[in-house]
Write a protein that binds this ligand. Structure first.
Ligand code: G3P
Length: 217
């Protein structure tokens, strides 16, 4: 399963990228706002840092404008995935840009039927938002399982990119279901390495090592 980082914070991306855990990056208008950066500038920097797909989102609502924005974003770097919302205009944009050879990430997906439409439009990625479904007392991970089944039933190659990830359990469940990608905020990705027994074991090893009086370096 691939890990994407869900942020436009270049320092956070660089820190995680150095561990080899970053297979791509996702951004959205809210994350661009949070970064305080110009979308074209920061996206270019991210694309230079990370080899894998970097999602950059269009902000128009009409297909013609979305397509023009998508083409402009795609010119930033070859690893841009143009992100479009799951509306009919977004699906038309997806079909057009996919036919032109661009990667497209269809976002704001909240149902299996929406995911089916995105796959039929040729999306490279579908982004179901699990955390926001959990927020309204539905089970976001049930949707991931349903999309996995539907895509496997028909051999769709659209990759399931689990988004709105809030916890390490979302990551585990995504891996068990067989999602292709999880995009998570840096803080969630960092927590994946945490375990109290690792901390306790390391503390015991360090205490014993100090008693040996030895050094390796
Ligand atoms: O990848 C989409 C993500 O940025 C949305 O997350 O936590 O705002 O629902 P959240």
């Amino acid at each position: 399963m691939k890990f994407f980082v869900d942020t436009a914070d270049i320092d956070a991306i660089a820190e995680l990228n150095a561990t080899g855990m970053v297979d791509g990056v996702t951004t959205n208008p809210s994350l661009i706002l949070k970064s305080g950066r110009d979308i074209l500038e920061v996206t270019k920097e991210i694309c230079a840092l990370v080899k894998g797909p970097v999602s950059a989102e269009v902000v128009s609502l009409e297909a013609d404008d979305m397509i023009a924005e998508g083409r402009k974003l795609a010119r930033i770097a070859p690893n841009i995935a143009v992100k479009v919302p799951l509306t009919w205009a977004g699906l038309k944009t997806c079909k057009t840009l996919t036919d032109e050879g661009h990667m497209v990430n269809v976002t704001l997906c909240f149902s299996a039927n929406q995911a089916l439409l995105a796959a039929k439009a040729g999306a490279t990625f579908i982004s179901p938002f699990v955390g926001r479904l959990d927020d309204i007392n539905l089970d976001g991970m049930d949707l991931i399982g349903d999309i996995r089944t539907i895509y496997d039933n028909f051999g769709f190659e659209t990759q399931i990119l689990v988004a709105s990830v809030r916890s390490v359990n979302h990551v585990t469940q995504s891996a068990l279901i067989g999602a292709d990608v999880v995009t998570a905020p840096p803080a969630v990705l960092k927590k994946l390495a945490d375990h109290p027994l690792t901390d306790a074991g390391l503390a015991a090893f360090m205490a014993d090592w100090a008693k040996t009086g030895q050094k390796i370096l």
